[in-house]
Every structure is written in C-alpha cells, then in structure tokens.
Ligand binder design. Structure first.
Ligand SMILES: C[S@@+](CC[C@H](N)C(=O)[O-])C[C@H]1O[C@@H](n2cnc3c(N)ncnc32)[C@H](O)[C@@H]1O
Length: 285
C-alpha cells in the first residue's frame, strides 16, 4: 500500500477494502463516489473485471458497500454505480442500511457498433443515498439546468394569483445526459471506463461544500479527485493499479516522477502525427 499526498489530496495505491478498513477513519467523509468494476469483463490494465460467479462479485461488493457507509459522516452522501444487471442487488441491499433518495440514469449516445438483435445498452445507473434524510448537503442552486417551458417556450402560469412566467431554470431530474469520454477529448486518459468531468462536477457541487472531504474507492483516472480539487474540496482516491495511480498523481499534481519515470500525459496517435508537407512548401524548397 503506497500513500501519496499534498495540499489536502491523498492517493492510496492499493486494495479498496484494505484501504477503507485501515486507512480511513469511521464517520469522517462528507461524500463518497464509488464506481467499481462492473463484473462485465473489462480489462483494467491486466486486471480482468470478471468474478467466477455473480454471488462472488456481490459478496465482494457488499463488503466495500458496508465500509463506505461506515466511513461516511452522519450528514454524508453516497453515490454508487455498477452495471445495469447488478444494480437491482445493490438497491435491495442498500435500502436496508441507508436512505436511497434518487435512482439516476446516466444516459449517453453511442456512435459505435450497435446491437442488432436486442436494444443496446445506452445508460448506466447511479444510486444517490444519504445517511440522514433530514440532514444532508444538497446545493440545488449550484447545479441548475435549463427549463425549456420558461426559457424557450416562454409559457405563463395562469394558475397563480398573479400570472407568472415559468422559471427558466430547474434542478436536474434523474435522467442525466453527458457524453462519454472519447479518445479525442482533452480530458481523455488511457483507461477503459473513465467517467466524464461533467458528471462528477454535478455530483460534487450538489453534495459537498468547500473544504469537505470526498472519497473515491475505485479512482481509475481520478476524475473525482480532479473535480474535487478544482472545486476547492479535499480528496482521497484509492486505486489498486499503479499505472492508474500515476494518472492521478499527475492529474492532481502531487508528484512529478514515480519509479524513476516522469509522469507525463501520453501523446495520442493524432497528436504524434507529423504534419504532411503541403504542395506549396515543397515547391519553396
Ligand atoms: C470503473 S473503474 C473507475 C473509473 C473512474 N471512475 C474514472 O473516472 O476513471 C474501476 C477501477 O477500480 C479499480 N479496481 C479494481 N479492483 C480494485 C480494488 N480491489 N481496489 C481498488 N481499486 C480497484 C480498477 O483498476 C479500475 O481503475
């Protein structure tokens, strides 16, 4: 287990269950975002995301779900993701232990290969839970989105005593549309399931305040910690894979070098391409 930290941001490179159990104080975290392996066979830099049986996957998940609840402050919030096929089990397990306030769908478009004999998977579920439904942070005004009835259609609500224009902003509902992170986007890192900055931006703004501590037990590319830093929160990110931990160390600017190697962002193929000489420049030689 290696721990790196600077300026209110900590990266623990190691197993989530061990790190949660031994390195994080109980009742100390304001917000947890957990985006674990989904048990669908992704390749996390050599670590295969597939358990021998569904039961083994769920038994493992129930251990870290319990630990996450234990580490949350009494006023804390917990967002958790998994694949569509396992989310019903998470839901049934968690509703006995914590208050589930929203069942969110993160919906996205896909221009890749489409299913031809069934309906392709175009969303991922997220549960939003709080320990105490009478006392938790929800900064509704920081995450408002456009309400088309007021902003575009300019309708007037005549049911009011004095007719009033409908509001042009609203708190987002539980279907969230954000594009997935694609290869050519600036935020892209070399990881198969990187979550978009925009998704974490909404979660961190809504469910935490400046200086709060945000924990992500399966950090991957450290999107959560990166967003936490940009919004003046503190962060703790856990990740088992050393190469992914290096992405976090670079994104959070914690150290510049590890294992004798400079932590620089790998160039993508299109960034490496030499510019082809144009005809006029050839004639000028
Ligand atoms: C779905 S990805 C998280 C992606 C992340 N939310 C992001 O935005 O990049 C799950 C991550 O969990 C890591 N992981 C798998 N098993 C782990 C374990 N036992 N402890 C800690 N991390 C683990 C994988 O290496 C992978 O990076």
């Amino acid at each position: 287990m290696d721990v790196f930290q600077s300026d209110g941001h900590k990266i623990i490179q190691g197993d989530a269950i061990i790190a949660l159990d031994s390195y994080i104080e109980d009742n100390s975290i304001d917000l947890i975002f957990a985006d674990p392996p989904y048990n669908i066979g992704k390749n996390f830099n050599g670590l295969r995301d597939k358990w021998d049986s569904d039961n083994e996957y769920l038994t493992w998940c129930y251990q870290w779900l319990d630990l996450c609840i234990k580490k949350l402050k009494p006023t804390g919030s917990f967002y958790v993701m998994t694949s569509t096929q396992f989310m019903p089990y998470f839901d049934i397990y968690l509703r006995e232990k914590i208050n589930i306030l929203s069942r969110i769908i993160w919906s996205y478009d896909s221009s890749g290969v489409q299913a031809k004999k069934f309906y392709g998977s175009m969303y991922e579920p997220i549960l939003f839970c709080v320990k105490d439904k009478e006392n938790y942070t929800f900064n509704a005004n920081d995450i408002l989105v456009e309400a088309k009835t007021g902003s575009k259609r300019k309708l007037i609500d005549y049911r009011k005593k004095i007719p009033t224009v409908y509001s042009s902003e609203k708190v987002p509902g539980n279907v969230w549309e954000f594009p997935r992170v694609r290869y050519r986007m600036d935020e892209y890192e070399n990881h198969p399931t990187q979550k978009p900055i925009a998704l974490l931006d909404r979660i961190v703004k809504a469910s935490s305040n400046s200086n709060d501590t945000i924990l992500d037990p399966f950090s991957g590319t450290f999107t959560t910690s990166f967003v936490a830093k940009s919004l003046n929160r503190k962060s703790i990110g856990i990740e088992i894979n050393r190469e992914y931990a290096k992405i976090g160390l670079r994104r959070l600017n914690i150290i510049q070098e590890l294992d004798g190697i400079q932590l620089e962002k790998e160039k993508r193929s299109f960034e490496n391409k030499k510019l082809e000489p144009t005809l006029p420049s050839l004639f000028n030689q």
